[in-house]
Design a binder for this molecule. Structure first.
Ligand code: NAG
Ligand code: NAG
Length: 410
């Protein structure tokens, strides 16, 4: 939102500049747009969509080549819409290669949506970026079946942020790691070829690691993740772990945000009942995804986990994408009063796409009753009109420990 406003302001500023430029007489002293310092110019350029940045070449003679100083590049959804509106989508590669040819500075940040490209073109693009000192790279592939990442990516050793969606991620055998990488997000990515844990230990500075929706058949060893001692935010799938979550968390002293995907994880009844003697006061935000509320073991395990994070401020819970209606859902054991009234620090709770089952209402009841600082509980309901009414009526009856807690029901 803020970004959009900023963009609009800058667009108007550019229009004003063009106007001033056109009105200035031939003999006027050099106008201010021609003498703007380069850092101000690149700042303006970086806030414009690529097509508008290139268009600034008409502002003045001085500006003719300024856009080639761009060191942030966004070939994103906006750019595609722009091409489609001008019926130029088929010239995508021709346009991009021309733009790249003209750019003569380092490119530190780049957002790329890769579609309509031959593997060879993708290969060239990544090779180009690898030679331009790329630091922050977001790649989204829109092709199926998923393509293999060009190996040049693994020679971009200056990378600090890497965000990849939908492809095959195969680090080559001799890969030595990304020594400067601070954040790694792999979404719907197939990880193959090597050991994920070993790969991660080769990115020793990581602060943000999001591999929640990664397709990987092996398991990650606790010792490997524990080496990432700078981790502040971690999102991963429980089925990729060889260990208990609490053991993992106690090995990561700086961790504040944790996201766990429960898909495909098999929790045994005894495993879920393990009592943990330590509480983890550092965790401030927790996302639990693809939790099946019909699975009593899974739900008790989640509740147990939440209770062990006494300073949790933000909690989000998502059910599995494909809701299977269990005809005989197992109800979760109701916590006894002394457990129930151990208060929590929750401020914001979000339940996405829930159906209002007994277990879900039970969880909501628990959070409302035990969170005196709660500001808002957001419930995105995935049910029919009649069911919604019943659900809403049940919610209204629940006791709220926080007098100001708001229930946002959608
Ligand atoms: C990573 O990329 C995905 C897809 O483009 C996007 O939704 C997500 O916000 C990105 N993450 C960051 C931290 O930019
Ligand atoms: C939890 O989910 C929210 C919203 O979907 C997201 O902004 C946040 O980064 C997630 N945190 C983790 C640790 O996955």
């Amino acid at each position: 939102m803020e970004f959009n406003i900023c963009q609009t302001i800058i667009k108007y500023l550019c229009l004003c500049l063009i106007f001033v430029r056109l009105m200035a007489s031939e003999f006027a002293p050099e106008d201010f747009i021609s003498i703007m310092p380069d850092n101000v110019i690149t700042n303006i350029l970086h806030r414009l969509p690529l097509q508008d940045a290139v268009r600034t070449s008409i502002l003045s003679r001085n500006w003719r080549c300024k856009w080639t100083m761009l060191n942030e590049l966004a070939i994103d959804q906006n750019f595609f819409v722009y091409l489609i509106e001008r019926k130029a989508i088929n010239s995508f590669w021709a346009i991009i290669s021309k733009v790249l040819l003209y750019l003569n500075s380092a490119i530190t940040k780049c957002v790329l949506i890769l579609t309509l490209l031959e593997p060879e073109d993708i290969h060239h693009l990544i090779m180009f970026l690898s030679k331009k000192g790329i630091k922050d790279l977001t790649l989204t592939f829109w092709s199926s079946p998923p393509v293999k990442l060009p190996s040049h990516l693994f020679s971009c050793l200056e990378l600090t942020h890497l965000n990849i969606t939908r492809c095959c991620f195969n680090p080559p055998p001799g890969f030595r790691g990304f020594p400067n990488l601070l954040s790694l997000e792999l979404c719907n990515v197939q990880f193959g070829g090597s050991d994920l844990g070993e790969f991660l230990t080769r990115c020793p500075l990581l602060e943000i690691l999001d591999i929640g929706y990664l397709s990987y058949t092996g398991s990650v060893k606790l010792v490997d993740i524990a080496k990432l001692e700078n981790l502040k935010r971690l999102s991963l799938s429980l089925c990729h772990m060889d260990t208990n979550v609490f053991e993992l968390v106690s090995n990561l002293p700086k961790l504040q945000e944790l996201g766990l995907d429960f898909q495909g994880c098999s929790l045994t009844k005894s495993g879920a009942k393990i009592k943990f003697s330590t509480a983890f006061p550092f965790i401030k935000a927790l996302n639990l995804t693809r939790i099946d509320s019909g699975d009593g073991t899974m739900l008790s395990c989640a509740l147990e986990m939440i209770r062990n994070f006494p300073n949790l401020h933000t909690l989000e819970i998502f059910p599995p994408t494909r809701h299977v209606d269990d005809p005989n859902p197992v109800s979760i054991p109701i916590p006894s009063p002394e457990v129930e009234y151990s208060m929590m620090e929750l401020r914001n709770v979000v339940f996405r796409f829930i159906k209002g089952s007994e277990n879900e209402i039970h969880l909501i009841r628990y959070f409302l009753a035990c969170s005196p600082s709660l500001k808002k509980i957001e419930i995105l309901c995935d049910c029919h009109y009649g069911e919604r009414l019943i659900f809403a009526r049940k919610l209204l009856k629940l006791h709220r420990a926080s007098p100001t807690a708001e229930i946002d029901f959608n």
